[in-house]
Design a protein. Structure first.
Length: 375
């Protein structure tokens, strides 16, 4: 089927090659994930001085750690001597310093070179200049955001303004006090699909009536096919008989105190390009982070965040977790069903977007703009 001559109701998607080609994926790694702000870790995962996580951002492994003063630092996971990987574990805690297992070059928690065999015989080796290569860091909403670019884009414009544009202002998300919420559940999904298919799926609700019966029961307006995030400031309202954002509509946990009456009994979805989805409901927040691994492989880490008292008291959050866990699995199954067809001759020119999906076209334009060498 050709999409070159379409009725006004339809617009074209990206061609199938954008979801399968190794060269395009390599460009995305270089120009998108290695140039933009990347949500890497929950700040609370780095509990104290010496705690660390390793994160894959594009083609680079990065160490995120907390120094002695309690500040977050990030470095390329590469020894400055011969390039050995410093940290091979996904997370952990070091007592004093990072030490390379190859030649024992040793770095403090601020990245400075503090020791190496025969280092005293090399007085011309500057401890800072030959320290670990630093990565730009920002903390916001209780998460650590990193940028590998030599000159990172404005965080306020690239990340915070995206939220303000969606909700109408920044104060609306501040009401949820994400920074001080606690992780009540974390689920990591291994999705055999291109990262853009996952973004496109999250941005639209044309599929909701078909594959999300539990979600449309809680949010009836989603049955009409228009995603709530399509409209600035709009949140999808709970059904009349629904008491909470739970699998059976039963009451959830204690309402987050800061949210306004207008935000109560509503669901807000936000996409922050390139790899974050935020879902706001009155008693908890669900935040997704994507880690693209290959053209057809994406890891998605999903946190359910609740008031600290809910988590500390051991309250059962399973009914609220189950609702969006089902939604996630339904979505990822749909993306995995699409992925094989991206290499089909039928999809060589792409597919089509109906009116309630037309806003996805702006995402496709954004991708093309980042990959300006690709025709």
């Amino acid at each position: 089927m050709s999409t070159t001559s379409l009725p006004e109701s339809l617009i074209s998607t990206l061609p199938g090659i954008y979801y399968t080609d190794e060269a395009i994926f390599a460009l995305e790694q270089e120009r998108i994930f290695e140039q933009l702000w990347f949500c890497a870790a929950r700040s609370s995962d780095l509990a104290g001085p010496g705690s660390f996580k390793t994160v894959q951002i594009g083609r680079e492994s990065v160490i995120v750690s907390r120094n002695r003063a309690g500040a977050i630092r990030a470095f390329y996971n590469v020894c400055r001597h011969r390039g050995a990987k410093l940290c091979t574990e996904g997370s952990g805690e070091i007592k004093r310093a990072f030490q390379c297992a190859y030649h024992a070059w040793t770095y403090d928690l601020d990245g400075a070179l503090i020791a190496a065999p025969n280092l005293t015989k090399m007085p011309d080796v500057d401890r800072t200049e030959f320290g670990l290569m630093k990565v730009a860091v920002r903390e916001w909403l209780g998460y650590v955001w990193l940028c590998l670019a030599d000159e990172p884009p404005s965080f306020d414009q690239a990340v915070m303004q995206t939220v303000a544009d969606r909700l109408g202002d920044l104060e609306s998300i501040e009401h949820y006090d994400l920074e001080h919420l606690s992780v009540g559940r974390r689920i990591v999904y291994d999705v055999k699909a291109n990262w853009k298919l996952i973004v496109e799926n999250f941005m639209e609700c044309y599929h909701c009536a078909t594959i999300h019966p539990e979600l449309t029961e809680v949010l009836p307006e989603f049955s009409d096919g228009y995603a709530a995030q399509y409209f600035v400031g709009h949140g999808a309202e709970f059904g009349q008989q629904i008491e909470g954002f739970t699998i059976d509509g039963s009451p959830g946990m204690d309402r987050i105190p800061g949210i306004s009456d207008e935000q109560d009994r509503r669901y807000y979805a936000i996409t922050i390009k390139p790899q974050v989805f935020i879902n706001l409901v009155p008693d908890h927040v669900i935040l997704h982070r994507m880690y693209p691994v290959a053209p057809d492989h994406t890891i998605v880490e999903c946190d359910w965040l609740y008031l600290p008292a809910v988590v500390e008291s051991g309250q059962d959050v399973s009914l609220s977790v189950e609702l969006f866990d089902r939604v996630n699995r339904q979505d990822f199954d749909a993306c995995e069903r699409c992925q094989p067809a991206m290499s089909s001759r039928v999809y060589a020119s792409g597919g089509v977007l109906v009116p309630s999906e037309h806003h996805i076209g702006a995402f496709h334009d954004w991708v093309r703009a980042q990959l300006s060498d690709v025709t």
